[in-house]
Design a protein around this ligand. Structure first.
Ligand SMILES: Cc1cc2nc3c(=O)[nH]c(=O)nc-3n(C[C@H](O)[C@H](O)[C@H](O)COP(=O)(O)OP(=O)(O)OC[C@H]3O[C@@H](n4cnc5c(N)ncnc54)[C@H](O)[C@@H]3O)c2cc1C
Length: 381
């Protein structure tokens, strides 16, 4: 268990609830939802009823008043469900926190209770066809018109967008001001001019919906600005990256453990040349290597969690955790898959899905090449 030393009684109870939910509500439906490309709406409501959404929202806004360790527990249990679907983390840990951290009192009162119950699903829309890593290059604009902003532009690869009720949209409110010209706006998805594009076909995470979005002169009131003034969006987004990258590292490390357990089981069962493949020295050496690699990563991630719980984890440390965990996840799953032989290449096996699902972790939450640049720049300054 990642972060065992930080778990309290309430985290352990939460773990049991989450485990039951994953076993009963998610695992049996994986294939059906992969074909659908999303999950049914009621899964979110059931997750809300079980207290799995937005655990860190305080009681005054309808939340359970939990902390980051609830997210860590959820990430680990969700890793058993595989496939990152439903994208509870995108809703609870990435999108809704913008309201909790930077939203007005009215936004918090209106939206946080609904985010906790699953009544409102949240998405975050930064990436555009021309701009992903280079956020300052986004072209979606929000132009002030009386008491409204008028939003025009396009976003791509947006998780949870098929079902989202609220999208936090990064827009240029002053295209001439660089980073200081970006603002975040809360956009309700029933507003005229908000158009969902097609569901994108992905190589993994097939039950997690990922869409293009179009904003065709969408009007939102000025009160939908997140933060007290325009131009804060870039800094709000950067402020969230430490937790987002750490959570990504927790997810990758959790996936490694699930795959290791599955592989250890398989090599003991599968026979070749009259004995279990676990009996070959190559298998023992490989598994020893992979297991010790996992333990080393887990220790690093736990150290990062400890620092984050005290509010001391730096952006560079979080980037290093995400970089190493996602790279290691890719290599570890690949080497584990080898033990499954042809079976490992078949979509029906969890290892094949884990292999495909993991790939995005080296791209999202900061492409690993960008993270190397950030870390390198800091080391050599
Ligand atoms: C499944 C999935 C879900 C996603 N969900 C969301 C979401 O919910 N919301 C959202 O806003 N976005 C989402 N994204 C988008 C994701 O955040 C971006 O794909 C990511 O930030 C990279 O941006 P890009 O794809 O435009 O790649 P680019 O920015 O074009 O980068 C491509 C590659 O170019 C190289 N590169 C670029 N800049 C540099 C540099 N400065 N130094 C060195 N190399 C560089 C790197 O190799 C990099 O990997 C999702 C993506 C996927 C695949």
């Amino acid at each position: 268990m990642i972060g065992e030393q930080f778990l309290r009684e309430d985290h352990l109870i939460f773990q049991q609830t989450t485990r039951r939910f994953v076993d009963k509500e998610l695992l049996p439906h994986r294939e059906e939802w992969e074909a659908l490309g999303t999950v049914p709406r009621d899964v979110w409501l059931k997750a809300g009823e079980n207290g799995l959404l937005c655990c860190d929202v305080p009681e005054e806004y309808g939340g359970p008043g939990g902390d980051y360790m609830h997210s860590v527990v959820l990430a680990q249990e969700m890793a058993r469900a595989g496939g990152g679907a439903p994208a509870f983390a995108g809703h609870s840990d990435t999108a809704a926190p913008y309201i909790l951290l930077y939203g007005s009192e009215a936004q918090k009162k209106e939206w946080l209770p609904k985010a906790v119950s699953g009544e409102a699903i949240f998405a975050i829309a930064m990436t555009e066809p021309h701009a992903g890593s280079d956020l300052q290059a986004i072209r979606t604009t929000a132009v002030r018109d009386g008491d409204d902003y008028v939003i025009k532009g396009q976003k791509v690869y947006i998780s949870n967008a098929q079902q989202a009720h609220v999208v936090i949209v990064a827009c240029k409110t002053d295209p001439s001001a660089g980073a200081r010209g970006i603002s975040l706006l809360l956009v309700e998805t029933d507003r005229p001019g908000f158009v969902r594009g097609k569901m994108l076909k992905k190589i993994g995470r097939k039950a997690q919906d990922t869409l293009e979005l179009f904003f065709d002169d969408v009007r939102v009131p000025v009160s939908n600005l997140i933060g007290a003034e325009e131009g804060q969006g870039f800094f709000q987004l950067m402020g969230m990256l430490v937790q987002e990258r750490l959570t990504s590292a927790v997810r990758s490390t959790s996936a490694m453990r699930v795959v290791l357990d599955d592989t250890l089981r398989y090599v003991k069962e599968r026979e070749a040349f009259g004995r279990p493949i676990a009996a070959f020295q190559n298998t023992q050496f490989e598994m020893a290597d992979l297991w010790s690699t996992y333990l080393a990563h887990r220790a690093f991630v736990e150290w990062c969690i400890g620092k984050h719980l005290k509010g001391e984890l730096s952006a560079v440390e979080a980037a290093a955790a995400k970089l190493r965990a996602s790279e290691c996840e890719g290599v570890l799953i690949d080497r584990c898959l080898q033990f499954f032989g042809g079976m490992g290449y078949m979509w029906e096996t969890p290892i094949a899905r884990a292999y495909a699902d993991a790939r995005v972790n080296r791209i999202s939450a900061g492409s690993n090449h960008i993270l190397k640049m950030l870390i390198g720049r800091d080391l050599l300054k």
